[in-house]
Design a protein around this ligand. Structure first.
Ligand code: DAH
Length: 342
């Protein structure tokens, strides 16, 4: 075949093949076949040896033109293919910014925290200050200064975790009273929330670790009426205006007189039900007038000052506040339970 025709045929076939190349990779393969060292065009160039010297320059020029043309086809096609491949990739990687995302899981305040905050708000509103004390406590503060000497029967009522002879895990928040009285001069108006420990088995109403809020007021002319007024305000804040308080005589070594304080049953509103054992009342705290012996032992002149104190179980008032029947729910961290308080 005439060499010129051969080149023309190669160009037109190359044009067709290049147009049909489906990817940049196919195109690279074609480039090698057509223009590479062992490619077709190079092969033709080599065949120049069979031409006469006069024919060679024109033929060489033709080959060069063919190379230019084929390179032109290649680069046009490459441009198109790259664009197409980019478009495809963008389509594949496309992000729908309107899709609703998965929200991060937010925690919720524990019911205990909610109640504690309410109680603190109430007492801060009445002019009290929040004070904390250590959970690992000296026997001296936990017992001695509260008029509970060694061998006092009241020690049996509180199954104590002893660390050694003189150090305990505090069994109540009352030791903070002693610490504050020793540190400050009256007037004193404090509440002390915190964790306390007793060697109790876990059940629906007991836990070896629980929480109390201690209250203490020391000033001139503080009376039982102040205690009643304060606890009444506290009960109404937590459970509503229709809640009444009832004081029953009781005994605590650190108060004299002492009382156990009941609230109108939150469940039956006083009518009588299973929760209040048909009495219409629920016991929620211990309280009383600070025993003059305690005042004196803590450096406060009992002929000038008097005071009242109270201790509330936080779990108990939280359970009553939200109708929680088993204390273990408060500790287990089950999200299905906790979410209900968000
Ligand atoms: N500390 C007592 C307890 O844990 C509760 C208590 C009773 C505290 C009477 C007081 C109080 O301040 O006056 O059982």
């Amino acid at each position: 075949m005439d060499k010129n025709l051969e080149i023309a045929a190669l160009i037109s076939r190359a044009e067709q093949d290049i147009k049909n190349a489906a990817s940049v990779k196919d195109l690279d393969a074609l480039r090698v076949c057509l223009l590479g060292k062992k490619g077709e065009l190079t092969g033709m160039l080599r065949s120049m040896g069979s031409l006469t010297p006069q024919e060679r320059p024109a033929f060489g020029q033709l080959i060069n033109q063919a190379r230019d043309e084929i390179e032109g086809f290649l680069s046009t096609r490459e441009g198109t293919l790259k664009e197409k491949e980019l478009a495809e990739r963008l389509e594949q990687e496309r992000i729908d910014v309107t899709l609703p995302t998965q929200l991060p899981r937010l925690g919720t305040p524990h019911p205990h925290t909610l109640v504690l905050n309410e109680v603190i708000d109430c007492f801060v509103g009445l002019g009290f200050e929040v004070v904390e004390g250590p959970e690992i406590e000296l026997d001296k503060y936990n017992f001695e200064l509260l008029n509970i000497p060694k061998n006092h029967p009241a020690r049996d009522a509180q199954d104590t975790f002893y660390i050694d002879e003189n150090i305990v895990l505090r069994t109540h928040t009352s030791p903070v009273q002693a610490r504050v009285m020793l540190e400050r001069k009256p007037p004193i108006r404090i509440i002390c929330p915190g964790r306390v420990y007793r060697a109790d088995e876990v059940d629906a109403t007991h836990s070896p670790v629980f929480h109390q809020i201690e209250g203490l007021v020391i000033d001139k002319d503080v009376t039982m009426a102040d205690l009643r007024g304060t606890l009444g305000a506290f009960a109404r804040q937590l459970y509503g205006d229709n809640i009444k308080t009832r004081f029953r005589p009781s005994y605590f070594p650190f108060t004299e007189p002492s009382a156990e304080v009941d609230l109108t049953c939150i469940v039956c509103k006083g009518a009588g039900c299973r929760v209040c054992k048909d009495s219409g009342w629920i016991e929620v705290l211990g309280a009383g007038m600070v025993n003059p012996k305690v005042l004196e032992d803590c450096g406060i002149d009992s002929s000038v000052y008097s005071g009242f104190a109270f201790g509330v179980g936080v779990e108990r008032i939280t359970m009553l506040r939200y109708g929680i029947s088993d204390m273990r729910w408060l500790y287990e961290g089950d999200e299905r339970f906790l979410r209900q308080f968000s």
